[in-house]
Design a protein around this ligand. Structure first.
Ligand code: GLU
Length: 445
């Protein structure tokens, strides 16, 4: 089995695209299939190399490793072959209308209340007219002659889908400079690169009806892959698209969103499963089932993602984050430090602040100098570990009669100069005896 994710490198990936990528990747891994990353870059005016690089970077960051890579601009000769074949079959015809002429036709149809379907005027254009146009320097674009018949397929998400051939315009497959359009290039690639499953957004449903006819013409019925069309992802403000902007993966990464938070959310949104924090892609693969995806639009909520990020961080093991903590400058960071802070941060880089508090000098906040001095004098000796705290606090309670907030808040402020944070029990051994004592005595340490 072979799956593919086929972005057009005309912009950065947003959460809608990455959801399609992730679902394909999970599906491929679950089936033990292959996953192809394909750049749909036949539109050379809008495609840019910087987007190709950014797409790869985003995919790597998310852990969506591809087994093979291809780009449509490398396969132009295959598309030209398909063009010749379609012409020979009588299924591709030249059209000379300019964009403005087509716009006028469309407007007139709409004003009559008719669907804006191309009227196939080019099919009856006399040869003399064609010659005249060409003499004027007008090059034709090429349209596919759709058959007037019903196309249907069993969609893995939408169930049986049916389209009448005469309800759609004959699509343009080649522009006047003979560059292929996406709709042709995708058919040629899907068939020639042996794609067995096409999973994409429901905005492609009508393309599928067209592409099935083209696949049959060019490669025979056996070449038709299994299709699944994902319901669109929406936010409170509407649809997510390159045009609208925002929600791009790079931005989320910069905001400190964990790849697993994004994968947890996007693999389950719009399915019958609850959205939970997952920390391992293998588990997501195990729990994946394309039949769990529903037809209703999926609602994406940025606040839910932030909450999920917090939950993911709280579950990550030290080994999963060690290299990243070191890259943040936390030299010598260890597992006990991570365990103490991981449920108190909303982004990984917040850990650096707690590292500073444990390891670098700080000016303590002393609200009751007498009590703090008492606490300092009761600090236990010997090796410190998580049990040190209990022994110390018990002694302090007995000595001062304080409890609850009155007991803990002055200590927290003295030791960390903050009103809240990770459990002091865990922080105390990380701060160490020398610093703890000085801070309790009101000295910067
Ligand atoms: N390049 C197309 C897009 O980004 C791919 C659609 C498809 O998966 O066939 O919408």
């Amino acid at each position: 089995m072979k799956f593919r994710f086929a972005p057009s490198p005309t912009g950065y990936l947003h959460i809608g695209n990455i959801r399609t990528a992730l679902v394909n990747w999970l599906y491929a891994r679950q089936m033990g299939g292959q996953f192809l990353l394909r750049m749909d870059d036949t539109d050379d005016e809008r495609s840019e190399e910087k987007y190709v690089d950014a797409i790869k970077e985003d995919m790597r960051w998310l852990g969506l490793v591809w087994d093979s890579f291809s780009r449509q601009s490398d396969r132009l000769s295959a598309y030209e072959e398909a063009r010749q074949k379609l012409i020979a079959m009588g299924r591709l015809y030249p059209c000379y209308e300019s964009k403005e002429e087509l716009d006028i036709k469309r407007k007139m149809q709409l004003s009559r209340g008719a669907p804006p379907i191309y009227d196939r005027a080019a099919l009856t254009l006399p040869d003399a007219e064609k010659k005249k146009y060409e003499a004027e320097g007008r090059q034709p674009h090429w349209r596919y002659l759709l058959q007037d018949r019903i196309v249907s397929w069993d969609d893995e998400i939408r169930g049986k889908v049916t389209f009448a051939g005469n309800s759609m315009s004959d699509p343009v497959l080649f522009r006047s400079d003979l560059r292929p359009t996406y709709i042709l290039a995708s058919v040629v690639d899907d068939a020639e690169l042996n794609i067995t499953h096409v999973v994409r957004g429901e905005d492609h449903v009508s393309n599928t009806a067209i592409q099935i006819q083209m696949l049959e013409d060019l490669y025979g019925e056996k070449s038709i892959p299994t299709f699944a069309h994902l319901a669109l992802l929406k936010t409170k403000d509407g649809e997510i698209s390159k045009r609208v902007g925002g929600h791009d993966v790079q931005g989320l990464r910069e905001d400190g969103i964990e790849p697993m938070a994004l994968c947890s959310m996007l693999s389950k949104i719009g399915t019958s499963d609850a959205i939970e924090a997952w920390t391992d892609m293998h588990d997501l693969v195990q729990s994946f089932d394309i039949r769990k995806f529903g037809r209703a639009p999926a609602h994406y909520d940025a606040e839910e993602l932030t909450a999920l990020n917090h939950k993911v961080l709280a579950q990550l093991s030290f080994e999963q984050v060690r290299a990243r903590l070191e890259a943040l400058g936390l030299a010598g960071v260890d597992a006990p430090f991570w365990w103490s802070v991981r449920s108190n941060i909303t982004q990984l880089r917040d850990a650096a602040e707690w590292w500073e508090i444990c390891k670098r000098p700080l000016s303590p906040v002393i609200t009751d100098a007498g009590f703090a001095a008492e606490a300092a004098s009761l600090l236990p000796g010997g090796e410190w570990d998580e049990r040190t705290w209990d022994a110390w606090i018990d002694a302090l309670k007995q000595k001062t009669g304080k409890k609850g907030k009155d007991l803990f808040m002055p200590i927290r402020r003295a030791l960390t100069a903050r009103d809240s944070g990770p459990e002091l029990k865990m922080m105390l051994p990380l701060i160490g005896r020398e610093k703890a004592e000085k801070r309790l005595r009101g000295e910067a340490a």
